[in-house]
Write a protein that binds this ligand. Structure first.
Ligand code: AMP
Length: 445
């Protein structure tokens, strides 16, 4: 755990939404700016960072709609040129948090030589970061190369050229980079940014000395960013040596409460309403059931069909006046209504505790929304159930949620009388969605 991190409570809809910032020297500044921004404009959009238009276009193509907490907090710090210690795990959007401000600087003012060195523990992470750089830098001319070991040697010459001529960004594992550094040709004299990603893992893997050695080849006048999921004393030691007056950001991981039983039903759209019937019929233990769905139409359809089956049900969507909404919510809270069906847009605004069953009719597009919703059940040591109905198009989204919560969600087939379930295939990408449109253009590269 990061020290002094206030754990993120999905039920707590405070302005910080899981992001807790702790700064030694600049805490007031950052808190004030952060709060002011939150209060004035609500959720932070990427346009608020005043990034280059070409980056904003790439962000749009990547499908990022709003900044994640680590991005909200880290991007302004990095754009300001501060060193930064950031306690954040994979899945929080930390890669884009450090890459975007650096690409912004490169887009405005090209540095002739290697400008940025990203050191990472594994080749998988090197490739992943390199790919994200390629996506985000699609409309600006920035070159990136991943340098990592374990190849057949054929990549050596290309790496040598990049390290000699000065590729804009090098993403490297320590061992392979040291091998090149020993040959004497690497030109790192123009480096302005050093990023140590997953620093705790690098130390666990025994790279402490290698990192120090690599740092000895870099100009002292540079911006250094250290990302780590945990902050053991050795990372603090490294930070003291490598960073100057760093800002600090801690992002607590969003995780559903332990007591929640989470499962996903693999279901085609036409099986979903029947599935809901079979899940809640003859289950008096589910006294309070909240169903979320993506569209007003599906909310209306689900409510209508449950009503037909004599369930006590109400619906709530943006069509409803505020007063009527409150009345429906009041009835649901008072347990006068057993089932409430609501659209996704209202999911964060519904502040009801102790719901026995949550059903996600579709997988929420934003993994954090899933955590928020699931947080409505299993409060205070009680147990609750959260079920998500997943069609083939939504499987990759469920996978993202699993990555965020670092847990596998149990997958179940629909009852046999409803027919065949789709196969679990998180690699499948929908054919006619916004996703395809956004990625088609990138694919031409
Ligand atoms: P990371 O924590 O950097 O490993 O990122 C985890 C995943 O989140 C990656 O697949 C990113 O493409 C994705 N991601 C990063 N930022 C955003 C954002 N603002 N909105 C949606 N997805 C994002």
């Amino acid at each position: 755990m990061c020290p002094l991190t206030i754990p993120y409570d999905p039920e707590d809809r405070s302005e910080f939404r899981g992001a807790n910032i702790l700064k030694k020297t600049k805490i007031h500044n950052v808190l004030l700016v952060y709060l002011a921004v939150k209060i004035l404009i609500g959720e932070m959009k990427f346009t608020d960072f005043k990034l280059d238009d070409r980056l904003l276009e790439a962000i749009d193509y990547m499908g990022f709609e709003k900044a994640t907490p680590v991005q909200e907090l880290a991007i302004p710090e990095i754009l300001d040129g501060n060193d930064l210690i950031c306690c954040a795990q994979t899945g929080t959007g930390k890669t884009a948090a450090f890459i975007l401000p650096i690409l912004n600087k490169l887009a405005i003012d090209n540095n002739p030589g290697t400008d940025t060195l990203v050191i990472v523990p594994t080749r998988e992470l090197a490739v992943q970061i390199h790919q994200q750089i390629q996506g985000l830098s699609y409309f600006v001319s920035v070159g990136s190369l991943a340098v990592y070991g374990g190849g057949d040697g054929s990549e050596w010459d290309q790496e040598k050229v990049a390290l000699t001529k000065g590729n804009d960004i090098i993403v490297a594992t320590p061992g392979k980079l040291i091998a090149h550094l020993r040959m004497g040709y690497v030109k790192f004299d123009k480096i302005k940014h050093l990023i140590l990603d997953e620093a705790d893992r690098m130390l666990d893997m025994g790279f402490f000395d290698d990192i120090q050695k690599i740092i000895s080849f870099l100009p002292e006048n540079r911006q250094t960013l250290l990302f780590s999921a945990t902050m053991p004393p050795k990372i603090r030691d490294l930070a003291k040596e490598a960073l100057v007056d760093p800002a600090e950001i801690n992002i607590a991981m969003s995780k559903p409460a332990e007591g929640v039983l989470q499962a996903a039903y693999l279901a085609n759209d036409e099986q979903k309403i029947q599935l809901i019937h079979s899940l809640i019929a003859d289950k008096p233990e589910y006294q309070s059931i909240l169903i979320f769905s993506a569209t007003k139409k599906s909310v209306a359809d689900i409510a209508k069909s449950l009503k037909k089956q004599n369930f006590s049900v109400e619906k709530i969507s943006s069509d409803l006046e505020q007063r009527d909404r409150e009345e429906v919510l009041g009835k649901f809270k008072a347990r006068q209504v057993r089932v409430l069906v609501a659209t996704d847009v209202l999911s964060r605004g519904i502040d009801i505790k102790d719901i026995s069953l949550i059903i996600n009719y579709n997988v929420p597009g934003d993994a954090e929304d899933y955590v928020h919703r699931v947080g409505r059940t299993a409060r205070a040591e009680s147990t609750g159930v959260a079920l998500t109905l997943v069609n083939r198009d939504d499987m990759f989204r469920l996978k993202k949620i699993e990555e965020l919560i670092e847990n596998e969600i149990l997958k179940l087939p629909v009852p046999s009388e409803l027919g065949q379930s789709p196969e679990w295939d998180p690699g499948f990408r929908p054919t006619n969605s916004r996703y395809k449109k956004k990625h088609k253009k990138k694919g031409k590269k």
